[in-house]
Write a protein that binds this ligand. Structure first.
Ligand code: ARG
Length: 392
């Protein structure tokens, strides 16, 4: 029997695909479910596992990828300051190459000759999955049923699933399409598609609820561009991000509303929530401004934007991505220090910072008589830089 590995989420699309791959193509289906922080509870995972088996999966594999996802994908992007079109922390985009790589590993282990995913022909996720397959395992066959099958609505898919005796939550589900992981939430569809309308409060996941009454301070410590302490307490990557998502999320910090440029050439409106990523990024960029020389600092946006594009467009497994990371790794020792933030509803500001690599020198910048900057130096300096314009 031919074998295929499917990126399974437990939702309507991928459950329908699971049944379809077996029925139409005669595949033995291995359902792979990578946990990047999308699940609410253990119970939810069990329900999904049961559903996959009911839908005919030969094998269901759950794997906890949260730590690997943060350490290998999100933290490098944070260190670099990769924010697509200045607003999107790439939470969905960063998870795809990891999931695709894991699908390949499973395919190799169980000698499958094909892989499948539930991304649509209009989106970016198909690009990220398939470029990873093409780059790392060009021999594997790729099946993307959503692009080619006969179903034209969600209702038809649900009918097909129910007809095969699989139960699925058909209660009026959310009008939004949501992709969630530990790094952030991406929300699209429903009323969000109308760019002239405000995003309704009900659309949010991490930043909903009543705002705290009091403002509050929080201090984050970074080493080599990586956060590792909050309010003086050492935390592992998962707890640190979950904690910051909770605290910064309660102030509704890290929301963005973006009309973005998709790979397939269209603009779409997407809403993102990334409270932890937002605040961590503000802090790191602040350390950069204080610890990096101007020549490097002003050079970074070029690499930062190129890196964001690579991630967004699915070119994760490329030499250019690794080379840009290596560049940032070579300067990130300077991104060591502490930043104190003030959290208020919808905003975070920096209240103080310190670093042993700081090149801010008060004795040079002060206007008091302690100043070590001799103002007479400026005269000759200005004479020379103005010279070309005197001689026109
Ligand atoms: N536009 C974002 C991206 O391309 C998010 C896609 C989210 N997917 C979803 N099913 N809502 O990365």
């Amino acid at each position: 029997m031919k074998r295929i590995v499917l990126a399974y989420s437990g939702g309507v699309d991928t459950t329908c695909i699971l049944i379809y791959l077996k029925e139409k193509f005669g595949y033995d289906v291995i359902a792979y479910c990578g946990d990047v922080g999308q699940f609410e509870s253990q119970k939810e995972k069990e329900r999904i596992k049961e559903r996959a088996i009911k839908a005919g999966a030969k094998k269901v594999i759950f794997e906890d990828l949260k730590e690997e996802f943060l350490k290998e994908f999100c933290f490098p992007a944070l260190k670099i300051g990769a924010v697509y079109e200045d607003k999107y922390f790439l939470s969905t985009a960063l998870s795809r190459p990891l999931l695709a790589k894991k699908l390949i590993d499973v395919a190799r282990k169980f000698k499958a000759d094909a892989v499948s995913h539930g991304s649509t022909g209009k989106g970016n996720d198909q690009v990220r999955f398939e470029l990873t397959f093409r780059i790392l395992a060009p021999d594997l066959k790729i099946i993307a049923p959503l692009r080619e099958w006969e179903f034209s609505s969600r209702e038809e898919e649900i009918d097909y699933i129910l007809k095969h005796g699989v139960s699925i939550d058909v209660k009026k589900s959310s009008p939004y399409s949501i992709d969630k992981n530990i790094w952030g939430v991406s929300i699209e569809c429903g009323v969000i598609e109308d760019e002239t309308k405000e995003v309704p409060e009900e659309a949010y996941i991490l930043t909903k609820g009543k705002l705290p009454e009091k403002e509050r301070y929080i201090e984050i410590e970074y080493k080599d561009g990586i956060p590792y302490k909050v309010n003086g307490k050492k935390m592992n990557p998962i707890s640190l991000i979950m904690y910051l998502n909770k605290i910064a999320g309660s102030y509704k910090i890290g929301r963005t509303d973006l009309i973005e440029s998709r790979v397939v050439g269209i603009k779409s409106r997407e809403v993102y929530e990334a409270p932890a990523a937002y605040i961590l990024n503000e802090g790191l960029r602040e350390l950069e401004r204080m610890t990096l020389q101007k020549d490097i600092l002003h050079f970074l946006p070029v690499l930062r934007n190129r890196y964001s594009d690579l991630i967004y467009e699915g070119f994760y497994f490329t030499d250019l991505r690794k080379a840009i990371e290596a560049f940032f790794d070579s300067i990130s020792y300077r991104l060591t220090g502490k930043v104190k933030f003030l959290l208020r509803p919808y905003s975070v500001s920096i209240s103080s910072r310190s670093s042993k690599y700081s090149i801010y020198k008060k004795e040079l910048s002060t206007y008091t008589k302690e100043s070590k900057f001799d103002q007479k130096w400026a005269e000759g300096f200005l004479k020379i830089i103005g010279l070309p314009w005197e001689n026109k």
